[in-house]
Design a protein around this ligand. Structure first.
Ligand SMILES: [Fe+2]
Ligand SMILES: [Fe+2]
Length: 176
């Protein structure tokens, strides 16, 4: 049974893989065809879906556990929430653009750097301290809830929804 760290690590690898794939291009500036730009837009949409689900589930299950079990949890969770909010705002704009839009690559580049910093923050600043203090049973339950939650988690960034577990639960599954 995968615990919360394994479930989140798998998501992080998926997102990093998508970012690396997108980084290869081609882009509008490097001569991508219309078909290639359409594919680039689709890949970006998939990235936005994965990322939105992941962050929403972290907000719902992971950060409350960090706040509860980890002495430095509140500070770390607040910092992460700020990073996640910035990412949502970038993704919300990116989601509305075609890959031929001049702003598209700028926003994708901004998101790519921010996402790598955010993933490294979670894996290097939060997980090592949380692991020894999070009871194994809780880590397993959180892993299942996050894995299960993928089916109903929001698939869009929703930057104007406050990042509280209650607000997300009340919002329910996204209507798309
Ligand atoms: Fe996160
Ligand atoms: Fe994460």
């Amino acid at each position: 049974m995968a615990d919360v760290f394994m479930v989140l690590a798998k998501d992080h690898e998926e997102v990093k893989g998508m970012l690396a794939e997108l980084e290869k291009g081609p882009t509008r500036a490097t001569g991508a065809s219309q078909d290639q730009l359409a594919l680039r837009k689709k890949m970006t949409e998939q990235l936005i879906i994965e990322e939105s689900r992941h962050e929403a589930l972290e907000e719902m299950y992971f950060w409350p556990a960090v706040r509860e079990h980890y002495p430095a949890g509140n500070t770390l969770a607040d910092e992460a929430a700020g990073q996640e909010q910035e990412a949502k705002e970038v993704l919300d704009k990116l989601d509305k653009l075609d890959a031929s839009d001049p702003e598209f690559e700028m926003l994708l580049g901004t998101f790519t750097s921010a996402a790598r910093v955010h993933i490294a923050f979670e894996e290097a600043q939060v997980w090592p301290g949380l692991r020894p203090v999070l009871p194994a049973g809780t880590a397993a339950v959180l892993g299942s809830k996050i894995a299960e939650g993928k089916k109903t988690a929001p698939t869009r960034p929703h930057p104007r929804t406050p990042p509280s577990p209650g607000a997300l639960k009340a919002a329910g599954p996204a209507p798309y």
